[in-house]
Design a protein around this ligand. Structure first.
Ligand SMILES: *Cc1c(COP(=O)(O)O)cnc(C)c1O
Length: 335
């Protein structure tokens, strides 16, 4: 057992101390989101289920925690030069506001094909929007140029210790809000969220079970865990669009941390995810995006064995409102 513990210690490169430091750093900027008991889910699964309302975080997702911690951790020189990124999703929104609050320049590059409402959303949060090319890869070239020519920095969405420590503050909040937790259900894509949350919770409560939830359509971390190394999977459209994308073949942190700290991974099909969004609205009265609803969905699908005293994180709310309308009224949706 001794060697196993050494292996885990080497894999877990973000500690509870790092996470507590992040918590002090970002506390003035973030919402301490509510943890609420779900009567409907508790009744359905026959044990105590709680929901962590992180979709009510600034910018509509937990990504703001990691972005805020990473931006505030930049050196003074880098704060002046600023940051650049391509994400139009939750990471881009989070970076835009985090940079604005820190008084740091933030440029978000996107392709011509990104719809106007997404451009407006990012600039409303305080970032400069640069339109470049007709694909995400071409927009990335604009960012690479700003990094090379103007000395800007970029902050990746998950595989970075400051980002992981920021997401870990969500785990600390959960254990401050509720004692004796048996199971925590955490969204799993690149693994920044689950690495941080698991590092925080396992440090205090090693027997609490951490379950990662991904969609069947393109679960890159799940495939990588099975292969024993980071692998690429085909990216497919899914209702849980915020869970799409790979983990990076050169993954430096989240693959090892997920492998060391996560007890199991559950995969969901599109119908199951749709039912999660539907349930969140009609039974919890919350607007949650597909990725945000996968914990609820896994419980409804009966895919969590013996949940016990269980917390499901609602990770985000940024869903196209027309698509949300279709999901809650049981109409077919295009992905
Ligand atoms: C990014 C994101 C996730 C997945 O987080 P990872 O750190 O990539 O695993 C889950 N839910 C929402 C709403 C997200 O934006």
């Amino acid at each position: 057992m001794g060697s196993v513990n050494v292996e885990i210690a080497e894999a877990v490169r973000v500690s509870l101390a790092d996470i507590l430091q992040a918590k002090r750093r970002i506390a003035p900027h973030i919402v301490n989101t509510p943890l609420v008991a779900s009567r409907s889910l508790s009744k359905r699964v026959g044990s105590d289920v709680y929901l962590k309302f992180e979709h009510r975080q600034h910018t509509g997702s937990f990504k703001f925690r990691g972005a805020s911690n990473a931006v505030l951790s930049l050196g003074d020189d880098q704060k002046v030069k600023g940051i650049a990124a391509v994400s139009t999703g939750n990471h881009g929104r989070a970076l835009a506001l985090a940079a604005k609050q820190a008084g740091t320049r933030c440029v978000v590059a996107m392709s011509e094909l990104v719809p106007q409402n997404k451009r407006d959303g990012i600039s409303a949060l305080g970032a400069e929007v640069v339109i470049h090319g007709r694909s995400q890869d071409e927009a990335q070239k604009a960012v690479d140029r700003m990094i090379a020519d103007e000395g800007m920095a970029t902050i990746p969405p998950f595989d970075h210790p400051d980002v992981i420590a920021g997401q870990g503050t969500l785990g600390v909040e959960i254990i401050e809000q509720l004692a004796d937790i048996d199971t925590v259900l955490v969204q799993l894509s690149g693994g920044g969220l689950i690495s941080g949350v698991a590092a925080a919770i396992k440090a205090v409560s090693p027997t609490t079970r951490i379950v990662g939830i991904s969609m069947q359509r393109g679960a890159a971390m799940h495939a990588s865990l099975a292969a024993g190394k980071p692998v690429e999977v085909e990216e497919l459209p899914t209702l849980a669009d915020s869970l799409g994308g790979g983990i990076g073949l050169n993954n430096a942190y989240t693959f090892a941390m997920t492998r060391a700290l996560v007890d199991e991974v559950v995969l969901l099909d599109e119908e199951e995810i749709a039912r999660g969004v539907h349930h969140a609205y009609w039974h919890e009265e919350e607007v949650v995006e597909g990725a945000g609803a996968v914990g609820i969905a896994a419980l409804l699908a009966g895919k969590i064995a013996a949940p016990g005293r269980c917390v499901a994180i609602l990770s985000g709310r940024n869903i196209d409102i027309a698509q949300h309308h279709k999901l809650i009224s049981n109409q077919p949706v295009a992905r």
